[in-house]
Design a protein around this ligand. Sequence first.
Ligand code: NFE
Length: 490
Amino acid sequence: MAIITIVDPVTRIEGHLKVQVTIDTVGGVQQVVDAQCSGTQFRGFELILQGRDPLDAPYLTERICGVCPVSHGMASVKALESAAGLTISADARILRNLVLGSNFISSHILHFYILASLDYITPPPGAPWNPYWDVDIMRDPSLLQIAGNFVPAVTKRREAQEMLAIFGGRMPSPPAFVAGGFTTKPSSSMIDSFSSYLNNLISFINVSYIPDVQLLQSVYSDYSSIGKGPGNLLSYGVFDLDDTVSPDRLLNRGFVFDSMPASVQPVSADKIKEHVTYSWYDDSTNNQNPANGSTVIVDPASKTDAYSWLKAPRYHGKPMECGPLARMWVNGDYRNGISVMDRHMARALEAQKVANAMIGWLGELTTGGDVYTTYNTPYGALGTGLTEAPRGALGHWVQTTVDGSSPLLGPAIENYQVITPTCWNASPKDARGNRGPIERALIGTEILDPAQPIEVLRIIHSFDPCLSCAVHVMRPEGEPVVIVNAGGRP
Ligand code: NFE
C-alpha cells in the first residue's frame, strides 16, 4: 500500500519548502512514485516594485534574500543597464565580479558543511543537532574528517563575507551595486586585504572542501546514480570578462537537453515561459514570458489542484535544472554525471574555479579608474538582466513607464518580474503535467524507512534550494498537516 510522507518544513535550507512524496513498492523495491514540492509562502516583490523609481530596484531586490543579495543586485543593475543600452567601465565590472565571486565562495562553503553534510554525519549530542534521522548515516569513520572541518568552515564562510564587504560595503545587501557601475573606488590597501582573504580561502577550498567532497563521494558512491532529475541543464552565464553588450564569461551562457554535452545551445530569453497551472496564480497569466509577465494571485481555496506559490518556469516548454552543475556542465568543466554527488562535486570545483579567477581579476583592478558611468533611466524601456546566483540562473525583467504616466520626476517601474534559481529547481508541475526538476529527481528513489526518508532530504539538499528567494509572505490559512518533519535538525 502506498504511503504518503510529508516533510514540512524541509530543514537546513533557506526559507520554507514542503515536500510530499508517495512511497510504494514497485518490482520489489520500496520507492518514491510521486512527489510534490510546495513553496508555502508568497513573495510579492514584483508587486512591491510597481510604481517605484527604477533606481531603487537593486536595493529593494537585494532584500529578497540575505544569502544571495549580490546576485539580485547584479541582475537588477543589468536589467536597468540593458533598458538603457549602457555598458560599464572595466573596473566596475571587475569589482562586481569580485563581490559576486566572494558570495559564491561563501555560499558554497555554507551549503556543503552546514546545510548538506549533516545528512551523512552523526551530529554532536544535544540540541540543536538532535533528534535526527538515524538512517544510513556515518557509513565510515573516515567521515569524521568532514565533521572536523565543520567549525573551520563556519569561520571561512564568515571570512568570505568579510572579504565581500571590503568592496561591497556590507553583507548582506551590499549597497555598492548601482545602475551605471559601482560605488567603491578601490585603494591598494583594500586590494591587499582582499588578496589576503582570498588566498586563505583558496587554501581551504583546496585542502579541505574539495577533499571532503571527494571523501563523501567515495563513501556514498551509490549517490552518484541517485537523484538525476530531468537532465536538462540551463546556465545564463556569469562573471563578464569584457565590457561589451555580449561579453565572454568565466562561466558561459547555454543550455542542454537530455544531458547532451555535444549540443550546448545558446539561450534565448524569449523561450522562457512561466506556467501557473499548479500554482496559486490566475490561469489567465499562464505561459507568460517574464518580459510581459504578471503577478496575479488567487485564493488558494479556489484552486484546489494547485499546490505552490512558485510558478513553474520552463525553457522551450521543458523543466530545466540550474545551479553549479548546470554551469560547469555547459562550460565543459564537469560532465561526469547528474546526481546528488555530482552536484556537490561540481559546486566545490566551481568554488575553486571562481576563486582562482578572482586572483587574476584582482591583478587587473586599477586604483584610479572610473567605476561609474552616468546613468539615466529611459522612459518606456524594457530591460533584461540575466546572471547567475550561487544556486543557479537568475533573471530580472524591468519595464519602465512612458513619459507623463507617472507622478515621479522620471520614469517609474511599470512592471518587474523575477525568476530565481529555486523557482526553476523547485517548481511544481507545468501545464503539460511535467514535474519540476526536484520532483523529477525524487521519482524512483529507493526509500529504506518511509518515516525517515533521508534519501529525499539528500536529493533536495543537493540542489541547495532557497525558498526565501522564491517565496516570502506567510499564508495564514496554510494547511496544518505535518506528518513527519526533519527531526528538528537545523
Ligand atoms: Ni535565497 Fe538565491 C541564490 C537567488 S536561490 S539564495 O543562490 O536568486 O532562488
